[in-house]
Design a protein around this ligand. Sequence first.
Ligand code: GLC
Length: 617
Amino acid sequence: MSAELMTDRLLAALPEHLQAQAAQRLAVAAPTLQRLLAGLYGGRADFDSWYGALMASLGTLYAARPEALRALDAERASRPDWFLSQQMLGYCSYVNNFGGTLAGVREQIPYLQELGVRYLHLLPFLRARAGENDGGFAVTSFDDVEPALGNNADLEALTMALRGAGISLCSDFILNHVADDHLWAQAARAGDAAARAMFHIFPDRTMPDQYEATLGQVFPQVAPGNFSHVAAAGGWVWTTFYPYQWDLNYANPAVFAEMALALLRLANRGVEVFRLDSTAFLWKRVGSNSMNQPEAHQLLQALRAIVDIVAPGVLLKAEAIVPTRELPAYLGSASAAECHIAYHSSLMAAGWVGLAEQNTEVLRAVIANTPELPPAATWLSYVRCHDDIGWNVLRAEAGADSAARLARVARFFSGAEGSYARGAAFQSSDPNAAHGSNGMAAALTGLQSAQTEQERELAMRRMLLLHGLALSFGALPVLYMGDELAMENDESYLQRPQHAMDSRWLQRPRFDRQRWLQRHEAATPAGRMYQGLTALVKARQTRAALAAHAPRTLLADAPAGVLALARGDGFRALMNFSAEAQSYPLAGRWTDCISGAILDGTITLAPYALHWLERGD
Ligand code: GLC
């Protein structure tokens, strides 16, 4: 079949008034899509008929896209860099913790607006596996909301209300695996050949052993190994994460088509941003760690081309927790677009290393390794999230003795040797190895353990320091629910047997109404944090130098404890990661954006102080 006949199949599904627009989008994106998919699946005899059928399905979803979302697509097409603005700010939470249900989250919209939030990432809310489900990351149906959280009508009502408030909803799209009670997994266990082909199922250990020789482990303690024996499936199933999360086999084109269509159906319900979960793992290769494979990038680029055709207002966000050098590829290049946004987990982790070591060496190395990005793409900057702070992404930047160095950092955050931190080491029983660290920001920065006013003040500064970095780096910053109110660790997971082994639950507390009521009371920890943070958010909103794509330079003239970033010629972010006062020379006159103080000559940075300075007075 010729390329044109293929795209005709999409056009044939559309009413006349949409055809010219669709033809235009196809002219731009379809050649790329066809090249990528032919590269992945072109060797199969049925490729043409498969690709034609995919086009027809895309046409059906194109035709079904609601008018309001089509208008949004058009508006965003005219401003493709809309999400790079300094006014963009994200907020992330679990639905049940923040609002109880999706309808409850709708009631939180005024609070999000008060905070200046323009983008809300709700952690998984689709129907999840019965029983333990990794906080919803084991999805049973991509087409239904989890009944405990509401229904599809609630989801559509929420996306519409958020859109009206200028807030984009971000949903996880867990595309690496499905729950073991997803229909495909059930059918695979029942012996259905097509369903079995959706997964990686091996009759014996021959292939699993070959793969394991070079694979890493995500949860070495609670879910060791990458394969689970499932007697009903007659063998070993690839399960990178928990045994009940079955990895999908993207070498099978049916998997790609099903998942792309599922994503578009959610987009048509008003989801504007997709957090593509665990993108690094999509393609498996013997002899490799089966992460960041070229085919994984081809798959993501094909998904992007599909989104650009059917729902071009939608953004794709890569969750790839991988070393800094592997990250830029997820944002594609000027000639091959991939995701719009990618988590900068190295930057996040390096900020914490900076605090533990009172030294910015690793942070500077990460920033030096962070390249310029293609247009209309950006990093996601953050202080904490629902997962652990994974230290191993910093192996390259942490130097020759990186394992021991990062293990020291992990021990520091678990409170060892007199440290102020009250976190927990994650997935490591070996005190000399580092995997990750868990805990709310208030616990890791010493607020939770503070006994004196001075200790509280220092902890508060540390929290604002890391948030200041995320807000001034040049990225899309995302706040993690509870940190804006200095909420502390939630130890209740220890009482739940199914969670007790997974200390990531420390940082998954319920929204604290009491603290929320105190947010304007400067004498309370909640009020102090809230006011400090919202002052930064407000200062950022009006300064174009802080937009994601405005130029950033790492200044080399700062002492080792200080990170100094220039944003263009007229803005400086100075961050003291050490417990000692530090001085930094300033040429010319500068104004402190928060205090309004005028500075001329050398500035003295108090322990853990953050200053945003603007040239002139
Ligand atoms: C991502 C999620 C994490 C989850 C894993 C498996 O890393 O952030 O919470 O456990 O994927 O879905």
